[in-house]
Design a protein around this ligand. Structure first.
Ligand SMILES: NC(=O)c1ccc[n+]([C@@H]2O[C@H](COP(=O)([O-])OP(=O)(O)OC[C@H]3O[C@@H](n4cnc5c(N)ncnc54)[C@H](O)[C@@H]3O)[C@@H](O)[C@H]2O)c1
Length: 158
């Protein structure tokens, strides 16, 4: 069984790749190296330099390496940048994930781990954050978006 790690050359993803390789798992990485580094990867782990939202690339890697599970770390993570360029972040996080999922579904890969971020919880009322916040937080984020849409350069309002 091969595990595809997207964003595997990044900070968190490369630790995952090392842990999988150390455990004797077969691993393959897709990373566009926008913020990652190929030398973060252990020797012998194949790296495909490209976009995790490129469905042709993803499907090719899945079939060539007989991928059975995907761990998804590829994305943009700098919060102030996301405020300056919300549409760019929407594209690289939401749309990339949507395309990756589409390719996974088409190839019959149904084991998928998404590395989210604690930032979705905002400033929690309670710490540790209770389990119900896992579904409340995304709904709250959506409500916040509707109440106060992001300002996008070039658009007076959105
Ligand atoms: N850093 C943390 O403390 C932390 C904690 C928990 C979860 N996470 C989550 O882990 C994930 C990775 O975070 P990170 O801190 O390792 O960031 P990072 O920037 O170091 O890693 C992201 C990796 O994804 C690659 N990448 C970005 N967009 C891509 C795309 N479209 N196609 C292919 N590769 C792409 C980058 O080149 C980079 O190697 C994020 O989803 C983040 O929310 C991070």
């Amino acid at each position: 069984m091969t595990v595809l790690v997207t964003g595997g050359a990044g900070y968190i993803g490369s630790h995952m790749v090392h842990a999988l390789a150390d455990a004797g798992e077969s691993v393959v990485v897709i990373d566009n190296l926008s913020t990652g580094f190929s030398n973060f990867l252990p020797d012998g782990v194949p790296l495909f330099i490209g976009d995790a939202g490129d469905e042709n690339l993803v499907e090719d890697v899945i079939s060539r390496h007989r991928v059975e599970s995907i761990i998804h770390f590829a994305g943009s993570v700098v919060v102030p940048d996301s405020m300056r360029d919300p549409l760019g972040y929407y594209r690289n996080n939401t749309m990339t994930t949507r395309s990756l999922l589409n390719a996974a579904v088409r190839c019959g890969v149904n084991r998928f781990i998404f590395s989210s971020t604690a930032a979705v919880y905002g400033n929690p009322d309670q710490v540790p954050v209770p389990v119900y916040a896992c579904w409340v937080a995304p709904r709250a984020a959506l409500a916040r978006l509707q109440a106060s849409p992001p300002s996008v350069p070039g658009f007076p309002s959105l």
